[in-house]
Write a protein that binds this ligand. Structure first.
Ligand code: SAM
Ligand code: SF4
Length: 328
């Protein structure tokens, strides 16, 4: 069977970006993601280094250019540098991780040596008590040490992600934005999505629309200037005139960007998930066990792309998996 050199979904969108969840485990219990916490071991069936290498090779063969390793907390997988090195060797142009950065500083040299290009860090609060509450007991000191290390190594831009929840960390919005005055960071505020099976009334109460977040920033620091960005990127970027960094708004609920979606996900238990906000998944296990796994995986990619929905469900709904198990 011959395969196309570009993966196009049934709605004509080019699928370029693969997000790979390398573990559902995490050392935090963020309120919006995994309030109940996960076990201590990778469950049976977690993708191996070999599985990930085959999936990445298949994706590159279909023209995908960017791979982001996530989780759970990806740095809990000791083989992460190996996975990155395989992706580099397979020709992936853009290799990134999304991490809570508690373990990043120590592991950064091996990750960069392996070919890591970019890092996104979750940071929901500047105030230590609020940080603790948002992350279910985490501490921000190692996170800040990691951010400083990235800045010292000149890995610009360092992107910080903050999911805003009313009554949890909305008091931190202007403090987080203020970080961009003297530091070349991109602080991106993300609308809280219903991906943690929260009670729907509680969810509605906690949800803060991006326009309200922006209004708070502008009320405190004045009008924001637009920073030109790739229109297919989920974040709209702005800056306060003269400041070093930028603030971004990612509004998947109030301003869905599904029309420009270029993503596909691999869950840590080897399912291809075409849409974060739709529960349809395609089991890759048979393909991974096939004598010619790369071609078999590519066939599954084509089937999954053909079934990728036009837009995800943002209204509260009970989901078989929460965010920590899907891969953010
Ligand atoms: N542990 C890593 C981290 O926290 O960066 C990677 C996994 S985490 C699931 C990836 C991203 O998903 C984070 O930026 C997190 O803020 C975001 N996220 C998790 N649950 C979310 C939710 N309910 N709504 C919006 N974003 C969410
Ligand atoms: Fe863990 Fe990241 Fe989810 Fe927080 S957002 S619980 S750090 S996976």
């Amino acid at each position: 069977m011959s395969f196309p050199s570009t993966l196009i979904d049934q709605h004509g969108r080019v699928v370029r970006d693969l997000r790979i969840s390398v573990t559902p485990r995490c050392n935090f219990r963020c309120t919006y993601c995994d309030p109940l916490g996960m076990g201590h071991k990778d469950p049976l069936g977690t993708v191996s280094v070999h599985d990930v290498a085959n999936v990445v090779e298949a994706a590159v063969g279909l023209g995908m250019t960017s791979v982001r390793f996530t989780g759970g907390e990806p740095l809990l997988r000791k083989e992460l540098p190996e996975m990155i090195a395989h992706a580099k060797g397979a020709g992936v142009e853009d290799i990134a991780i999304t991490t809570n950065a508690t373990l990043l500083k120590r592991r950064l040299p091996e990750l960069l040596d392996a070919g890591l290009g970019r890092v996104n860090i979750s940071l929901d609060a500047v105030d230590e008590d609020v940080f603790k509450r948002a992350t279910g007991g985490g501490g921000s000191k190692p996170v800040w040490e990691s951010i400083e290390e990235l800045l010292a190594r000149g890995l610009h831009p360092v992107k910080l992600n903050a999911v805003v929840m009313r009554g949890v960390n909305d008091s931190e919005i202007t403090k987080l934005a203020a970080l961009t005055e003297t530091l070349p960071l991109h602080v991106r505020f993300i609308e809280y999505m219903h991906l943690n099976n929260a009670d729907s009334e509680q969810y509605q109460k906690s949800f803060v629309p991006g326009r309200e977040i922006r209004a708070l920033v502008e009320e405190k620091f004045g009008n924001l200037e637009t920073v030109p960005t790739d229109p297919s990127a989920p974040a709209r970027l702005f800056k306060v005139s003269g400041w070093q960094g930028a603030v971004g708004f990612i509004n998947p609920v109030s301003e869905p960007f599904c029309g420009a979606c270029s993503r596909m996900r691999l869950t840590s238990d080897a399912k291809l998930r075409p849409c974060l906000l739709n529960d349809r998944e395609f089991d890759l296990r048979p393909a991974l066990l096939h004598p010619e796994p790369v071609a078999a995986i590519q066939e599954t990619f084509l089937v999954a792309a053909h079934r990728k929905v036009a837009s995800g469900i943002t209204t509260p709904t009970q989901r078989p998996r929460t965010m920590v198990a899907i891969g953010g």
